[in-house]
Design a protein. Structure first.
Length: 378
């Protein structure tokens, strides 16, 4: 495996790191969507990176995007902003580029790249989370297209989104194979978005509910073919589970350096209990980074292995929470006051990674089923 990125991708990551580092330090954490940062990153080319060259993009692969997102985190970008960017890129732009028709990509590429339209993936539902067994949103065919009925919740970017990728059941008796994906603009009649849902962490990644009450969409809104929603969903999940936490990992690397410096200045870093805890943080982050880049390499090499991306997401998310816990612990009162960084806020933010793009328990079930199926085939 070769985890190197191209010189152009490395230079782009350096530009993003410098941009994030140049932003004011010590300011309060963003609460809500950071429109100014979104526009700036669009101008730098991040939002167009994943789009195909014919649509004005760079056709960047997973490794290029992981490099870019990690660099933003290393530069100090807010985790909420990074999470919102990931939802836009991996939950909307990637499925569009992988499953959209040429006319769909042409219609949306410019506005997604410029930041004029924010993308969102709407799958989770109030009663059943992301479980297909609990999915109640339906797509009813009529002569003019489809009518969508149902509610999606915890949709990242929902309050600002101009385009939703929505998963609905067209044939309940077919289970996951009866799902269909749709590209639905936010101004579609019958679609309403709730105000921001309060969350314990990631205040810079606004969440919302999306309700569809007979929301009428034409046949041209189909993303992929009727009944291919599972394939669209797995594309989004592969990229989200494999790449979404790259920015948070970069942020943790930066915070470890800040933590070590602060403890050295206080004269406590030489104590074995403290130094060993910091050493374990570094080991976890190094291992998580290898896992992250392995997942990116696998995506770029066309590996369709949902269990691999599930395992990567579990490993990285749990490592980030453990590292944030250790850092807030060793910083003690200094960290509780938000010095040299908001350690308590970092812990709250990383907790969100445990269930984003699937809870740990659901992903362990997926991995377990994969093992059982491979055992039957052996």
């Amino acid at each position: 495996m070769n985890f190197n990125v191209s010189p152009a991708a490395a230079a782009f990551a350096s530009t993003l790191r410098q941009w994030a580092s140049a932003r004011p330090s010590g300011a309060p954490r963003p609460s809500g969507f950071d429109a100014a940062a979104w526009r700036a990153l669009a101008d730098l080319g991040l939002l167009s990176a994943v789009l195909p060259a014919l649509a004005g993009g760079q056709a960047a692969g997973a490794a290029d995007l992981v490099s870019a997102m990690e660099a933003l985190g290393q530069g100090g970008a807010d985790r909420g902003l990074l999470f919102a960017l990931g939802a836009h890129l991996f939950g909307c732009a990637v499925p569009l580029t992988r499953h959209g028709r040429a006319e769909q990509i042409a219609a949306w590429a410019g506005s997604l790249a410029s930041g004029a339209v924010v993308g969102a993936l709407a799958v989770t539902e109030p009663g059943g989370g992301s479980s297909f067994a609990g999915l109640r949103t339906t797509a009813v065919k009529d002569k003019d297209g489809y009518r969508l009925h149902g509610t999606k919740t915890l949709v990242c970017n929902a309050p600002q989104a101009g385009l939703f990728v929505i998963l609905a059941s067209e044939s309940a008796e077919r289970g996951p194979f009866g799902l269909t994906a749709f590209l639905v603009p936010s101004d579609t009649p019958g679609l309403t978005v709730s105000p921001i849902l309060p969350t314990a962490g990631l205040p810079g990644a606004p969440m919302g509910e999306v309700r569809m009450d007979g929301c009428a969409v034409p046949d041209s809104a189909l993303l992929g073919r009727p009944g291919s929603g599972l394939k669209v969903f797995m594309t989004a999940m592969g990229w989200e589970r494999g790449c979404l936490l790259a920015g948070a990992l970069g942020a943790a690397q930066r915070e470890l350096a800040l933590c070590a410096t602060a403890l050295s200045q206080r004269g406590v870093a030489q104590h074995q209990a403290v130094s060993h805890r910091l050493a374990r943080v570094k080991m976890r982050l190094d291992t998580a980074r290898l896992t992250l880049w392995h997942a990116a390499w696998s995506l770029d090499n066309g590996r369709e292995d949902p269990s691999l991306y599930a395992a990567a997401k579990i490993s990285i998310s749990e490592a980030l929470v453990a590292c944030a816990t250790d850092m807030v612990t060793v910083l003690a009162g200094q960290g509780w006051r938000g010095e040299p960084f908001d350690a308590a806020g970092a812990l709250a933010d990383t907790m969100g990674g445990l269930f984003a793009s699937g809870t740990t328990e659901a992903l362990l079930d997926l991995i377990g089923r994969t093992l059982q199926n491979s055992g039957r085939r052996a």
